[in-house]
Design a binder for this molecule. Structure first.
Ligand SMILES: Cc1ncc(COP(=O)(O)O)c(C=O)c1O
Length: 470
């Protein structure tokens, strides 16, 4: 139970109510000098004790985010109203270390190790342009109509077949929804499934935008450590029993940022735990096909017979990030709710993108591309590893994915290294951004997939040399 207690100490409930209120102010629900709900009302609304809300309001008052008027209640202060803008503005313009992934990606860098994207030169650009022409010949009116909200029928049928044949997933095309990238899928699931202060389990570390999405939705996050051997299932069961989470967001295959893969034996047990404690498993699986030697175990979805797993499978990473094609697989009634959310989000992913993707995806070329890509990425990974070995940094070699999760030498902080690297046009992701507890300050995520081999070696040599001067 140690980690659970840690997570509560680091993010006590009143602190989560504090963040939750700041989020709502940030979203414009209350503007400057407007009155906030009374302690009693808020406590009822989000189902926590009044004292917890009182502590959160007291901290917000002490930090100048809200103010109290005698006998009238609590009001949003100017500072509270502007705090987010100020924070973002500062991060973008001065030498402060960014606090989000998108801020990091906005900083131009010659040695690009922060983007978990594949070098566009390794993607099938020319072939895809052939398919664009083919799609216009086959469907001359493709731009003249909306797509089906749930996704193109032909694409869903062919994905179902692929999932059945390759991943042992038993589904019908009614149980698939095409979304505009995995990020939209995560956002829609959060919107549909979560009420204020619902508990969400999230891996530590994790894909940092997922942390942001769930926080924005007002969720209460509990961190679950992921290790090379998977999760500590006894601990996870205690967490599920204690906190009754609504969902567990996980990336169990070539996990971002660590590259770990949860073993097959745990997958079956995880589904049993989900059933027992009525906790949805949101399985985000964008790196399944990016492996070096052996394919990973089947998705958790393959073990689920009762509808406790939502499967998100994005194709952004290894086919075309620009097409933004992703599929969600889940059972009803959840699927119906997600289709409604999708209709409100964008009325359907562009049909042209879906058709181009479909024709490439069902062609022989995909397998040839994947074969070559795996070799190229392994070479990239090994270059990065060679340089890290010489520097004496620590990491666990992943079996797939796009990143290395690296422990810096004892006395070095990611923040100091980030500042110095920025001067030399080198970018990476400080570990704290991937940590739902905002710690892991001596870890960094290095992506080996985006920079070409020459820049990769040169940049890594610069980075490790730089670290010796700090
Ligand atoms: C674990 C994980 N989920 C989702 C995404 C976002 O995928 P997409 O580009 O399909 O929105 C990423 C991108 O890095 C990711 O690493």
């Amino acid at each position: 139970m140690k980690k659970v207690i840690d997570s509560r100490q680091n993010h006590p409930l009143f602190r989560q109510v504090y963040d939750y209120m700041l989020n709502r102010i940030d979203r414009g629900e209350w503007t400057v000098h407007t009155k906030l709900p009374s302690i009693r009302l808020l406590a009822e609304e989000i189902n926590v004790h009044r004292l917890t809300v009182f502590k959160a309001y007291r901290s917000l008052t002490e930090d100048g985010k809200i103010y109290v008027k005698d006998k009238s209640g609590y009001f949003v202060s100017e500072e509270g109203f502007c705090s987010r803008e100020i924070q973002e503005g500062n991060n973008c313009t001065n030498n402060a270390v960014p606090t989000t992934l998108s801020e990091i990606h906005r900083i131009p860098a010659k040695y690009q190790f922060s983007q978990a994207l594949i070098d566009p030169n390794l993607l099938p650009n020319i072939y895809l342009s052939d398919y664009v022409k083919k799609v216009f010949d086959l469907y001359p009116k493709v731009m003249g109509t909306y797509a089906n909200i749930q996704g193109d029928d032909e694409l869903r049928e062919s994905l179902c077949q692929h999932y059945r044949e390759n991943h042992r997933l038993q589904l019908s095309s009614d149980e698939l929804l095409i979304t505009t990238g995995a990020q939209q899928a995560i956002s829609m699931i959060a919107q549909v499934m979560l009420g204020p202060m619902d508990t969400v389990l999230i891996e530590r570390p994790t894909y940092s935008k997922a942390i942001e999405i769930f926080r924005r939705q007002g969720a209460r996050l509990i961190a679950v450590s992921i290790k090379q051997v998977g999760y500590d299932l006894a601990e996870l069961e205690t967490v599920m029993r204690t906190y009754k989470p609504r969902m567990f967001y996980m990336n169990p295959t070539h996990h971002n940022p660590t590259g770990y893969t949860v073993p097959a034996w745990q997958r079956k047990l995880l589904v049993e735990l989900a059933e027992k404690y009525r906790c949805l498993l949101v399985e985000d699986d964008p790196f399944r096909d990016i492996y070096f030697n052996n394919p990973p175990p089947p998705p958790l979805f393959a073990y689920d017979t009762e509808g406790w797993v939502i499967y998100i499978n994005s194709f952004s990473k290894y086919i075309a990030p620009g097409l933004r094609i992703c599929a969600i697989a889940c059972r009803n009634p959840l699927m119906e709710q997600l289709i409604k959310a999708k209709s409100l989000a964008d009325n359907g992913t562009p049909l042209l993108n879906q058709k181009i993707f479909l024709h490439y995806y069902t062609s022989q070329r995909l397998q040839q591309h994947l074969g070559k890509l795996r070799i190229a990425l392994q070479v990239h990974k090994e270059i990065m590893e060679e340089e890290l070995t010489q520097a004496g940094w620590e990491w666990s070699a992943p079996e797939g994915g796009l990143n290395l999760w690296v422990k810096l030498p004892e006395d070095m902080s990611a923040e100091t290294l980030f500042r110095a690297s920025r001067e030399q046009s080198i970018s990476f992701v400080p570990g704290e951004i991937c940590d739902p507890l905002g710690e892991q300050k001596s870890w960094i995520r290095l992506s080996y997939s985006f920079a070409n081999e020459i820049l990769l070696r040169e940049g890594m040599q610069r980075l490790t040399a730089l670290s010796r001067t700090l």
